[in-house]
Design a protein around this ligand. Structure first.
Ligand code: 6PG
Length: 237
């Protein structure tokens, strides 16, 4: 991880990530009429979305999906959709028909089925190639909603799945490794001291993604661009 730029503050890392996302979207829009992006949730992307929402982009031509979503209704404060709407869609004025949310209010199997159908309809194929996926890292080294021990991490094939996260007692819908690997680019935004140990472990311990899912982002198949702040990078050599 030597050449990875480390930004002084969470805001600086978020702005750099937003700038990279904007540039990848513009590259896609130069080639095609639409760009397709999948974003993560949790709290880290908020500052990045705030920065992105103020950037000039052709918002009518960008389709938004999620890397993962919690199975909660959109009115729930844990909803990744709701967070993205607050920090990105509303301030940027993203048209509703470009927002392809996971219907977290449905039973997980149904939410998954509808999400897969929506992906298929937008991409016009059953295997999506996102122009860019934006990911995060949990303090336990999870990425997307692929948590340590998750058998699907080793499964080849598959776009998305419904997973039950025992320690959170929560169902989630998540993209699977192959969909993450198939994206044209991956941006990983990790900030805060609570992530330092996870970053240290994924970069220094033997490659075992089922134990340390964040290592999926380091594999050759999935070259990713990391955006770190100084606090998250504290444990790196
Ligand atoms: C989610 C996310 C998740 C996230 C990490 C980091 O729904 O929780 O998409 O995969 O990237 O959990 O979350 P924080 O930013 O809240 O630490």
């Amino acid at each position: 991880m030597n050449e990875i730029p480390v930004y002084e503050t969470p805001v600086a890392a978020a702005v750099a990530c937003a700038e990279a996302l904007r540039s990848l979207i513009e590259d896609a829009l130069a080639e095609r009429s639409v760009a397709r992006v999948a974003v993560s949730g949790g709290s880290t992307p908020r500052l990045m979305f705030d920065a992105l929402s103020a950037m000039p982009l052709d918002w009518k031509r960008i389709d938004w999906f999620w890397v993962d979503e919690r199975c909660v209704p959109p009115s729930d404060e844990q909803s990744n959709y709701a967070m993205t709407a607050r920090h990105l869609f509303t301030p940027a004025g993203v048209p509703a028909e470009r927002i392809h949310r996971v219907r977290g209010e449905l039973p997980p199997a149904e939410a998954l089925e509808q999400y897969l159908a929506e992906i298929e309809q937008v991409f016009q194929t059953d295997f999506p190639e996102f122009d860019v996926v934006q990911l995060g890292l949990g303090a336990d080294a999870h990425t997307a909603s692929l948590f340590p021990g998750e058998p699907l991490i080793e499964e080849i094939g598959g776009v998305a799945a419904a997973v039950y996260v025992r320690k959170l007692e929560q169902w989630r819908i998540t993209l699977l490794p192959e969909a993450l690997f198939s994206a044209r680019a991956r941006l990983v935004l990790v900030t805060g001291e609570d992530k330092a140990e996870a970053l240290r472990r994924i970069t220094s311990e033997p490659l075992e993604p089922r134990r340390l899912p964040g290592q999926l982002l380091l594999s050759q198949q999935a070259l990713s661009h990391f955006f770190l702040d100084r606090a998250a990078a504290a444990g790196l050599e």
